[in-house]
Write a protein that binds this ligand. Sequence first.
Ligand code: AMP
Ligand code: GLY
Length: 420
Amino acid sequence: MNILILGGGGREHALAWAIAQNPKCDQLFCAPGNAGIAEVAQCVDLDPDDGDAVVEFCAAESIGFVVIGPEAPLAAGVSDTLRSARILTFGPSKAAAQLEASKTFTKEICDACGAPTAAYAHFSDAEAAKAYVRQQGAPIVIKADGLAAGKGVVVAMTPGEALSTIDDMFGGAFGAAGAEVVIEEFMEGEEASFFILSDGENILPIGTAQDHKRAYDGDTGPNTGGMGAYSPAPVMTPEVTQKALDEIIKPTIAEMAKRGTPYQGVLYAGFMIKDGQPRLVEYNVRFGDPECQVIMQRLGAQVLDALLATAEGTLDEARINWADDHALTVVYATKGYPGAYEKGSVIRGLGVADDDPFVEVFHAGTAEKNGQTIATGGRVLAVTARGENLQQAHDRAYAAIEKIDWPEGFYRKDIGWRAL
Ligand code: AMP
Ligand code: GLY
């Protein structure tokens, strides 16, 4: 079958790399794609958020399956438009994508199904929010309700910081996303991510991961979209995983179905784990980036069968063949990221870096210009390696990234430190 992937980041490169290896995949397209994706798929100049344009493209190219990568087309309802046009699609409906698009919605689902999460209150008025903070004290967590590109969460260590954050959010610092604010209890513990496929009724766990959100070594500096990740997450022991499935994931999937908005796609759950008890931090309705890179490297071609079973509603018959392996990815970003940075610098040595069969260099923000690969984004590459253990994956990834010649880039030297 012909397949279309929507998106153009490192996550979509990893998806394309895995899907292209499956014999069921005839022609693979990606919109808009990037220079790395162009090596495994045909990149097309098509707006992934424009559902009608995507439907038209699918008809023209006889696309049999669409995989939606990022949250924007999901929140825009592109999956609904595609399904109305009878195109097999991987990704939740707009109604189900509320699990990421609205923090209040997720909290209501947790309340309804009894999933453990932080205590919270919801405000659409700054004075009431401030009164609540004065009463609760700090540390406390302030969240813009809507989608804010991962920047709408502030963990306030003092009441003063919490109060000024509330002013910023209601003052429009996060745009429309901050018109409503959720204030949460601060949870202590270790964080991990869990990726689960759901066809609306059945579920299939496909891996755990931990990421590094801060820009610099030692988990210092500003928050980013993620500077590296590894899979599996040691903190997700079989006992913690079982609890997460029984107390959080299965009840959420059942509650969504009960409401008439079944969840179909990948559910990316962020947990805080303390004393063997997972509590939900948040849901995302897509793969994490760069977590997807490590999950795809571990799963490989079989992921297409699992994504198809998700879309077709046959996940109860699907299986994952697990290798006892580990993967680790290091993000190479443009200097200045996550703040202001220059675009257009030349990256050399990419061909040499992935000589090792256990290494893949996934592109997140690149383009091809005059035969050279240039950086076009903040996060530019995700150098990803597999190994029999985490140390081996780590050493392979770092050996590869050191071969890349890109003076305008930077990367963290300590990805995986907590587990190593
Ligand atoms: P989110 O965008 O909701 O994942 O939040 C971003 C980050 O903020 C999370 O990965 C956590 O590190 C932190 N965070 C969010 N909510 C809480 C909470 N209730 N307690 C402690 N940390 C939190
Ligand atoms: N790496 C975090 C995310 O994709 O949201």
